[in-house]
Design a protein around this ligand. Sequence first.
Ligand code: ATP
Ligand code: MG
Ligand code: FE
Length: 336
Amino acid sequence: INILAIESSCDETAAAVVRNGREVRSNIISSQIDLHKLYGGVVPEIASRKHIEKINQVIEEALSEAGTTLDEIDAIGVTYGPGLVGALLVGVAEAKAIAWAKDIPLVGVHHIEGHISANYIEHPDLEPPFVCLVASGGHTHLVCVKEYGKYEILGRTRDDAAGEAYDKVARAIGLGYPGGPKIDRIAKEGNPDAIQFPKAKVNDAEYDFSFSGLKSAVLNYINGCKMKGETFDPADLAASFQKAVVEVLVGNSMRAVEKLGMKKFAIAGGVASNSALREAMEEACEKRGMKFYRPSPIYCTDNAAMIGAAAYYEYLAGTRSGWDLNAVPNLKLGER
Ligand code: ATP
Ligand code: MG
Ligand code: FE
C-alpha cells in the first residue's frame, strides 16, 4: 500500500510517500520558519497563505523523489487536526481534491497520532502496546498506545507545553524563534546545577505536567538580574532550565511505565529531538531493562512521513474519511 501523506497543521508544508506504513520513499518539508521568525512566532494568516503557495510544488516533489505518480498511490492521508484552522484547511482541501480526482480512499489523521507513529518508521520491531511521551510545541501528553490507533492519555500538561516553555525561555534570553534547538545547543556549554529552578508537581493527577511555574521562575530570575544590574550566563540558565524540564518528563514517564509494567517506551514530537532528553530517557530505560525508541530528529518535528505511517494503520483498520472531512483545530486524540 502506497500512501501519499500531507501535513499542513502549523508552519511546515509537507508531503511524503510512505509504503506499508514504515518505508519512507520521500519526505519533503517546506518550512516557513524564516518568515515567522520576523514576528517571534507563527502568524496564522501568513501560514495559511504560504501553504497555498507551496502545497502543489511540495506534493509534486514528494512524488518525483519517490519515483512515482498519483496513478500508483493507493490512498491519501492528511492531518485534519489539531492545529491552525486556516493552515489545516489547505491540506484537507488538497487531499480531498486528489482523492476525488483519482477515486482513492481518503484517511484523516490526528496530528499527534502522526507524531507517535513517527516511531514506526525506523523501528521495524516496534508494535503496541507501549507508552509514548509526546512533547511538542502545543502538547505534552503521556500516552499508552494499546493497539494501533487505540490511545489512552495517562497524563497531560495543565498549562504550557514543554516546547512552548522552551520557546518562551529562549525568547526571554534573546535567542529568537524557534528556541528549542537553540537552548539545546547553548545548554551544552552551561552548568545545569548553576541555578535551582522549581520542578513543578501536580498533586492530584499522578502523571500530569505543569511548565508555567518553571517558565515564570526563569523569567523572574532574568528580571531580578536586570533590576540588580547583575549579569547572568545564558548557557547556565539554559542548562538549568533544561535540567528541570527533563527531570519532570523523565520522572513522570518512568513512573507510568513502571506502574503499567510496560517493557517499551517511546518519545515523539519536536522536543523529542532534544539531546539532553534523549540521553536521560535512554539511561532511565536502560536502568529499568526497557526498550527505548525515538525517531531521528527529522521525524520528531513536523513532517508528512509520520502522517503516512499513522494513515497506513488507520487504513488497515478500515478508517475512511468522507468528502465532508473538515479541519478540526482542537481535535482530541482518540476522537474522530
Ligand atoms: P504540536 O505538534 O503540538 O501541534 P508543533 O507541531 O508546533 O506543535 P512540533 O513541530 O512537534 O510542534 O515541535 C516544535 C517544538 O519543538 C517547538 O516548540 C520547538 O522549540 C521544539 N524543539 C525542536 N527542537 C528542539 C530541541 N532540540 N530541544 C527542545 N525543543 C525543541
Ligand atoms: Mg513547526
Ligand atoms: Fe507537531
